[in-house]
Design a protein around this ligand. Sequence first.
Ligand code: C5P
Length: 337
Amino acid sequence: MTARVPAKVNLQLSVGPPRGDGYHDLVTVFHAVSLFDEVTVRPAERTSVAVTGEDSASVPANRANLAARAARALAAASMRRRGKSGVRIEIRKRIPVAAGLAGGSADAAATLVACNELWGTGLSQAELREVAASVGSDVPFALVGGTAIGQGRGEQLTAALTAGTYHWVLAFSAGGLSTPDVYAACDRLRARAADRQETGTGAGETGATGTGAADSAAGAGGPGGAGPVPPPRLSTELMAALRSGDPAAVGPLLSNDLQPAAVSLRPDLRRALNAGRDHGALGAIVSGSGPTCAFLAADARRARELAVSLTGAGVCRAVVQVKGPAAGATLIAAERG
Ligand code: C5P
């Protein structure tokens, strides 16, 4: 069984204070884009993972691999007998690793869809989504795709009403960023900003990079400066813009509370974001925990021009042109052996 699964960008990522369990409450707007990994599963004595393609050397091909964990979680949830739950998982990667595009979560979601079919588990979509949430916060969204609002850790999904197709350029960075490291840096920046506020040294440097709307929710207390970190909040302005289908309205409303943290860990991202804006992007944002930058263009032609300009500017490792929303994890082939 082979499934195809999209990468995601976050059109909004509003991050609350840290929770007791090491996670942060979020409100996020997930948007699946047309950059796909493919995962094939075949019955095998023991579960194994083989990875080819983009960044394949940096994907753990062992039990810790998210796809292998997804297969085990599905076997447990569907009470599959031990001797019958081995699969060989082949992942063909185009989504870069540790890039803020949820590539590992995508592979886990594709594995769930493919194993679910291979084993005929009979689990409902809702049950499958629950298994997905146990594997990782972004895995349920990779199952459903499209554009959706995520809450809780990001695993509680509501479909979002949107119109039109959005054209993006993704700028890949050399090297990745660890998601826990970026969340930790976000907490640090916010704590520092709150300290400064308390000691009266001003809230001028809340960790914001001053590169636009996406950075404005940077410091403690989100927009408006330091103070206790407020609960995450959905941008109703962004939702209205998405319903209108007008990329020029959506672009300035893209926001990511993790962006200042990602930029603090990788200051070179600022150059990429500025280059995108200088070359006409309607919105420029770090995707999720980064380091991939996502640029919104008015249409396919302008996205192509932007991709060429960004390549010429030498501010990233590679660029791809994609569109969204894309469908979630989908079976694309079944071989009967
Ligand atoms: O759920 P997942 O395993 O993808 O999360 C990876 C890490 O990202 C967590 O261990 C946590 O450090 C961070 N995270 C978070 N709050 C979220 C989602 C992820 O702090 N809502």
